[in-house]
Design a protein around this ligand. Sequence first.
Ligand code: FPP
Length: 243
Amino acid sequence: MNSALTASAPHHVAIVMDGNGRWAKQRLMPRLAGHRQGLEKLREVVRWSIEAGVKVLTVFAFSSENWRRPTDEVNGLMGLLAKALDREVSALHEAGVQLHFPGDRSALSDSLQVSLAAAEAQTVQNQSLVLNVCFNYGGRWDLVQAARRLAEQGIEITESSLSHTLALSHVPDPDLLIRTGGEQRISNFLIWQMAYTELYFTDALWPALDKSTFLTALQAYAARERRFGQISEQLSPTAVAAV
Ligand code: FPP
């Protein structure tokens, strides 16, 4: 990785990992084979992110709406998460990855809930990358759970109190969203947290995403001007002095 990109790398990258089903279909394979390959890709993207200087990576692994998929596929995705926890956590721990699983866990099996909590506890001190694997997550669910919790505690709902009660309160908002698979929408992902996130869409199907496309997304981000509601001239210190 060249140091120029590391210096301007987005701190927090969010990813909608879309296209597993189509990738499998193109190869006359079952959809679950696409998800398995998707998990392999996630392992690579974690490595590329660390190399590029990204500090937080947040991926959408199972949405609140994914329960509507055929039962076999839902069970397959649950099984894949269980297998990933069994097989990947120690290597991620060694690589210094801090794991979080934002989402509604109450609908998951007891054994999955125990494994998720154990993986989070084991990796809590790690510093090289924070990896949020959003599972049974939805942006609307997140807003409702946060509002409910604040109401229960009698805390006034403000931008600040809400932000601090959302499922990603341990990290700053995403700087860049990458969505693979050709669709250009948010799909109820981090709807509050992405108010100022830069968006990057690629036709690459998630299991086929290559490193150069990933790095192109980071470079595209580095070339964007983020104004957060201000005008260009306010962003450069010399210009600010002149305004
Ligand atoms: C969307 O592709 C992908 C998902 C719903 C699942 C994403 C899961 C992984 C990448 C595997 C990692 C999983 C775990 C458990 C950590 P799609 O199925 O909608 O693809 P399509 O649009 O081509 O049908």
